[in-house]
Design a protein around this ligand. Structure first.
Ligand SMILES: Nc1ncnc2c1ncn2[C@@H]1O[C@H](COP(=O)(O)OP(=O)(O)OP(=O)(O)O)[C@@H](O)[C@H]1O
Ligand SMILES: [Mg+2]
Length: 330
């Protein structure tokens, strides 16, 4: 008989929707039974796992990744593809953001279970907030966690001087969204989603936004459609109800500041750091800027052969970031 721990692990992987782990544990059980001399039982388990895997391949390959894994022709100008390896455990977010993200991942992993009741997972998400707070990296980590390719829509390819072509190009992108289950990311989304009422260029930009709204509405695919912007106020109101969730990103608070630094410098020894002082110095900096200060401090300590990163080294690197950020955002 399978060990109780194996049954628990099987159930856990089933509940979290981690199919790969589920089958891996089932194969471990089969191996265990074979070792015990229960050859017939082991064979039966292996046969069932193989059959289930085959079935899943047929189901999931209907809209397949293969056909645009490397976008060709016109699509190559519109989409760039990555296979991110980053995971949320490497990033620092507020609990409010973490909860929303966990929910997206759970619903996605369990989309078959939801489908049995005619329900669909949330999959059209808008991220907004200041630069460097982790919007782009969230898109990558979602693709990483869900084991899907990340296609970023290239706005330079989409919005050309021949704006009349944009609606046709958007159609190609939405065709790809339907054909291949993946994460599709519209970064700097305000370029498309700008308020129709504010636009000077009434004709073309309005047409682009209208076609985007239409495509979003019609889209019933299994892909995730993510959009990010720094300027939520510029977005057209009609957009918000097309998204299943709208997530706000903010600058890190004191607790997050400590965590970003500890995560980033976990390979280094920190020498008598006064966290309160570090938090005060970092207030107003983004996740990206604090990460950058950590990298600079780490480089300095390596190059000057210091055994650890001192408080001064870290404070200097933070001050430098602060200086640079005030120069770029006076
Ligand atoms: N929450 C976070 N936790 C850890 N590191 C982060 C986080 N957010 C950002 N970073 C670091 O900063 C880099 C830049 O972040 P990212 O590009 O995701 O910001 P953004 O919100 O998309 O900014 P922008 O609005 O300018 O596009 C990341 O690659 C990562 O190294
Ligand atoms: Mg970004």
């Amino acid at each position: 008989m399978a060990k109780a721990e194996q049954i628990i692990e099987l159930l856990k992987s089933h509940i979290s929707g981690d199919e790969r782990r589920f089958y891996a544990i089932a194969m471990q059980v089969a191996a265990h039974e074979a070792q015990q001399g229960h050859e017939k039982l082991a064979q039966e388990l292996k046969r069932l796992v193989d059959k289930a895997k085959d079935k899943r391949t047929v189901l999931t390959s209907a809209p397949s990744v293969v056909n645009i894994a490397h976008p060709k022709g016109e699509l190559a100008n519109l989409l760039s593809v990555e296979y991110p390896e980053i995971r949320f455990s490497q990033l620092t977010f507020s609990s409010a953001i973490k909860e929303r993200i966990d929910r997206i991942i759970l619903e996605q992993r369990q989309h078959h279970a939801l489908a049995e009741y005619g329900l669909r997972p949330r999959r059209k998400i808008l991220f907004y907030g200041p630069p460097g707070t982790g919007k782009t990296v969230t898109a990558a980590a979602l693709a990483g966690e869900l084991n899907l390719p990340l296609f970023t829509i290239r706005l330079d390819g989409l919005i050309t001087k021949y704006m009349g072509e944009t609606a046709g190009k958007l159609r190609l992108v939405f065709d790809a969204i339907r054909a291949t289950r993946a994460v599709y990311f519209f970064d700097e989304f305000d370029a498309i989603g700008g308020d129709r009422a504010l636009s000077n260029d009434v004709g073309e930009m309005r047409r682009i936004l209208n076609s985007f709204l239409q495509f979003m509405e019609q889209d019933n695919s299994e892909s995730l459609i993510l959009a990010a912007t720094n300027h939520v106020k510029l977005l057209d109101n009609a957009l918000f109800r097309r998204f299943d969730d709208v997530i706000e990103y903010r600058l890190p608070d004191a607790e997050q500041i400590d965590k970003i630094i500890q995560n980033k410098l976990h390979n280094f020894k920190l020498d008598r750091i006064n966290w309160k002082e570090i938090e005060n110095a970092s207030a107003g900096l983004s996740h990206a800027e604090i990460t950058r200060a950590c990298i600079e401090a780490a480089k300095q300590s390596i190059l000057s052969d210091m055994p650890s990163i001192s408080k001064k080294l870290l404070l200097d690197a933070i001050a430098e970031r602060k200086h640079n950020s005030t120069v770029s955002n006076p």
